[in-house]
Design a protein around this ligand. Structure first.
Ligand code: GAR
Length: 212
């Protein structure tokens, strides 16, 4: 059984979707830890309620980003995690960390990458007058939001939408898609090789899996 560690910075609604999927058997792996870089992250309460060991690493307690990442890496290795799931972890991981866990880190990002890497994706999409937005799940490499895409989901943006409307639509897709992709990994169906994502030994196209 694969062991999963989830990294968060805030609300943890994706963490909750993963916890719920594990409880209902849609994820066969086991959540072995939650790591937050903010002591007030609401996701820590979700972890506590689900009786998952939780750990806080705050930047102010380390002399550099690298030192902090090394401490997190040691914790992850002590937990013997097979998969690291970034779920709203809003701190850029050092190249050393990414290298150490190459092929084992997933991220979820609220845009249709390669569009809108980085922050404020909703505002940028709406200001550009886009008629659609979405989410991307990808392997993490050393380029910010630049790793191999596994799955994308699109949602419409309507002319009368407020940002919150689009956030709600995108997060609904996130909560549906992340457990699915995590289970692919847990079943050894999903792997990264030489910077590309493979599902059932088939190399996924740049936009990720598509069911048609
Ligand atoms: C999610 O919507 C995720 O896509 C985004 O943060 C949110 C966290 O929500 N991640 C990023 O922006 C990463 N660049 P949650 O804490 O409720 O899961």
């Amino acid at each position: 059984m694969k062991k999963i560690v989830v990294l968060i910075s805030g609300n943890g609604s994706n963490l909750q979707a993963i916890i719920d999927a594990q409880t209902s058997g849609r994820i066969s792996g086991k959540l072995c830890g939650v790591i937050a870089n903010k002591s007030d992250a609401f996701g820590l309460q979700r972890a506590k309620k689900a009786k998952i060991p939780a750990f806080v690493f705050e930047r102010k307690n380390f002399s550099s980003n690298l030192d902090m990442d090394l401490a997190i890496a040691e914790q992850i290795e002590a937990l013997e995690a097979d998969l690291i799931v970034l779920a709203g972890y809003m701190k850029i991981l050092s190249n050393e960390f990414v290298e150490r866990f190459s092929g084992k880190i997933l991220n979820i990002h609220p845009s249709l990458l390669p569009k809108y890497a980085g922050l404020n994706t909703y505002q940028r999409a709406m200001e550009a007058g886009d008629s659609e937005h979405g989410m991307t799940i990808h392997f993490v490499n050393q380029i910010l939001d630049g790793g191999a895409v596994i799955l994308q989901a699109k949602v419409p943006i309507f002319p009368d939408d407020e940002v919150e409307d689009v956030v709600e639509r995108v997060q609904e897709q996130e909560h549906r898609c992340y457990p699915l992709v995590i289970e692919w990994f847990c079943q050894n169906r999903l792997v990264e090789r030489e910077g590309k994502a493979y599902l059932d030994s088939v190399c996924l196209p740049p936009e990720g899996y598509s069911s048609d």
